[in-house]
Design a protein around this ligand. Structure first.
Ligand SMILES: C[S@@+](CC[C@H](N)C(=O)[O-])C[C@H]1O[C@@H](n2cnc3c(N)ncnc32)[C@H](O)[C@@H]1O
Length: 242
């Protein structure tokens, strides 16, 4: 039998992939590490299929290892009988608890088959929500900015875990970045906020990210040069290239 690691996307049940939905509907038990992922999964499975696992709220490596060993043993024993799923928000392989489960299963229960169904990660969904285009030929770095920290260096960064937006904003602005924040993007629970103003999101909310871009970046994009007054000429030119 198979353990599916299913990425549910950012939180809107409509953004679960067709493959993810099919896998959810096919399994006997669905384990979820949090309230939000559970509520998305419940759009596709009955509550009676939600499995019970204890997820460690600790950073102590010893306690973490022992809790994940216990969780993996439970998942593996269920998977000996039926297909099961472990769901996460976003993608299972991006900053996700699924990594702990995968490593533990591979080490202690190598007989269990694993299949990962990728999900829409906040890492890509942010671009649409914040109106950012990640242009071909540019780089984009993923960093964490928890507790008011502010990594610098890359020209463009997506920052996860922005828990003190005003402090992160101040440091990044001083370092020469433009910043935009996104909170609860494509989520059904809680209010979605997209803003350049950190005062609007000064209360801590784990589901907050930021996009930071150096102020002085130059863009070399052919189509960025279009002059809206020249629409008629452009249409005529394009007719010959269709
Ligand atoms: C532990 S990471 C999980 C990432 C997830 N696996 C993914 O692929 O999107 C959690 C961080 O992702 C960001 N995040 C995840 N979903 C988000 C959403 N819907 N809106 C805004 N930020 C989100 C936040 O910065 C949050 O602190």
């Amino acid at each position: 039998m198979t353990v599916y690691g299913i990425g549910l996307g950012p939180g809107d049940a409509d953004l679960v992939t067709v493959k993810g939905k099919r896998a959810l509907e096919s399994v006997e038990t669905v384990y979820s590490p949090g309230r939000l992922s559970r509520s998305v999964a419940l759009e596709y499975v009955d509550e009676s299929k939600i499995g019970d696992l204890d997820f460690p709220m600790t950073r102590d490596p010893e306690k973490l290892r022992s809790a994940w060993k216990e969780a993996a043993a439970e998942v593996a024993s269920e998977a000996h009988e039926d297909d099961v799923a472990f769901v996460t928000l976003g993608d299972p392989n991006v900053y996700s608890t699924f990594g702990h489960l995968r490593r533990t299963l591979e080490t202690f229960h190598p007989e269990v088959e694993l299949e990962v169904v990728p999900g829409v990660s906040a890492m890509t969904a942010f671009a649409t929500a914040l109106g950012v285009e990640v242009e071909a030929g540019t780089g984009l770095a993923l960093r964490e900015a928890a507790n008011g920290t502010a990594p610098t260096g890359p020209d463009r960064m997506i920052l996860f875990k922005v828990t003190d937006a005003p402090a992160t904003y101040e440091k990044l602005t001083e370092a020469g970045y433009d910043i935009r924040f996104g909170r609860r993007l494509f989520m059904e629970q809680g209010e979605t906020v997209v803003t350049d103003d950190p005062a609007e999101i000064d209360e801590r909310d784990y589901y907050t990210l930021a996009y930071a871009e150096r102020e002085d970046l130059e863009r070399d994009l052919a189509t960025a040069e279009f002059d809206v007054d020249d629409d008629a000429d452009t249409d005529t030119e394009l007719e010959g290239t269709a």
